[in-house]
Design a protein around this ligand. Structure first.
Ligand code: PLP
Length: 391
């Protein structure tokens, strides 16, 4: 068959490639622990699942308006009021199939062929491919561990060209777990706005920040610059709802209208039942979110206590999400000269699946996720430690 250039150029997700290799080895009888998946291991909180059950029982199963039912859009606005003190109208919000579709909608609505997007690296796997689908150009700007894994204005400035159109920020970060402070986020966004750029702030993990001082959002700055900033959020990670496919946007009403037009021609509204669940999540009790955050924090500390004994392995300080991004270049040798061969070797000798950092724009690191029960996490890390020691 003759496929389009677009589909030829599109790479499959790096994280999914690792989990399918792990599944293959498991099917052959190998004992593999996967630390590769980016999804919470907790069940969806029961009050949220109950709202969905009630929606089905009430026959709430028809098409809805493309950007979401009014109550769901209002719930998104209410969320920003509740956590960030930001007043937004229903017209500033919409629901899409996960944060993924929100990002895709934004890129397709704002980018023209050849536009450049500054993407701090390490970055979330899908950003470059999504930007390329919009025929624009992702420009990675590397943030080294020596600078806390955070991008600086100086580094962004060096990557700026007359074609730069957008800056994409992500805090807490996937893959590093690094969180920018409110002051740092504001400074980066204000620099970008002064340069005439549009700022996209991917805040998908905003509830999973361990240090209260680092809870931050660009939504207050959006209030002052509604034409220059869009916020991306979602329920997958913070509410343990990855399969429900609920993402949301906070943006200028004109941008929301254009994104709705696109979504209307692609997928229409998100699942009507998931919208009712989203209302329960956003407006209901956050006790379960608080409990999950505490558990993730505990696991992070347990994991770091083990990893800190691995000599030569370094990482930027992870203050949120549920990932650790470890620079393991000290383990490179003739047998495992790069991160892909090292991850394959880890899977085959230690029985642990981790994602090569090359998928995130960093060929010296690997990502592990601690969204897995503590006992298994400890077993996996001990296996990795033993394998590194024997190297
Ligand atoms: C940083 C970041 N943004 C966006 C997404 C998209 O998530 P979803 O489409 O499940 O809401 C993910 C998922 O892994 C992510 O890690």
């Amino acid at each position: 068959m003759n496929f389009s250039n677009r589909i030829h150029n599109l790479k499959p997700s790096g994280t999914l490639a690792v989990s399918s290799r792990a599944a293959e080895l498991r099917a052959q009888g190998h004992d593999i622990i996967s630390l590769s998946l980016g999804e919470p291991d907790f069940p969806t909180p029961s009050h949220i699942a109950d709202a969905a059950r009630e929606a089905i029982q009430a026959g709430f199963t028809r098409y809805t308006p493309v950007p979401g039912i009014p109550e769901a859009r209002d719930a998104v606005a209410e969320y920003f009021k509740r956590f960030y003190g930001v007043e937004a109208a229903r017209e500033n919000t919409m629901l899409s199939n996960g944060g993924k579709q929100v990002l895709y909608n934004i890129f397709m609505a704002l980018l023209n062929p050849g536009d450049e997007v500054l993407v701090p690296a390490p970055y979330w796997v899908s950003y470059p491919d999504m930007i390329e689908l919009a025929q624009a150009v992702p420009v990675p700007v590397f943030a080294p561990i020596s600078e806390g894994g955070k991008v600086t204005i100086e580094r962004l400035e060096c990557a700026l060209t007359p074609r730069t159109r957008m800056l994409l920020l992500n805090s807490p970060s996937n893959p590093t777990g690094v969180c920018y402070s409110q002051a740092e986020l504001n400074a980066l966004a204000q620099w970008a706005i002064a340069k005439g750029l549009f700022v996209v702030s991917d805040e998908l993990y905003d509830q999973l920040v361990y240090d209260k001082k680092l809870c931050a959002s660009l939504s207050p700055l959006w209030r002052r610059h509604p034409e220059s900033i869009a916020i991306v959020g979602g329920l997958s990670k913070c509410f343990s709802m990855p399969g429900w496919r609920v993402g949301y946007a906070l943006a200028h009403a004109d941008l929301i209208r254009q994104m709705s037009k696109l979504q209307g021609q692609c997928t229409s509204n998100i699942c009507s039942i998931a919208q009712k669940a989203a209302i329960a999540a956003l407006l209901g009790s956050f006790a379960s979110v608080d409990a999950m955050r505490s558990e993730y924090r505990r696991r992070r500390d347990v994991a770091l206590a083990i990893i800190d004994q691995w000599s030569g392995v370094t990482y930027p300080k992870p203050d949120g999400a549920f990932y650790l991004f470890l620079n393991v270049s000290c383990m490179f040798d003739e047998k495992t000269p790069d991160i892909t061969s090292l991850c394959t070797w880890l899977m085959e000798t230690a029985g642990v699946a981790a994602v090569p950092g090359s998928a995130f724009g960093d060929g010296e690191s690997l990502r592990i996720s601690y969204s897995i029960e503590e006992k298994t996490l400890v077993e996996a890390l001990n296996r990795m430690g033993r394998a590194f020691l024997d190297k």
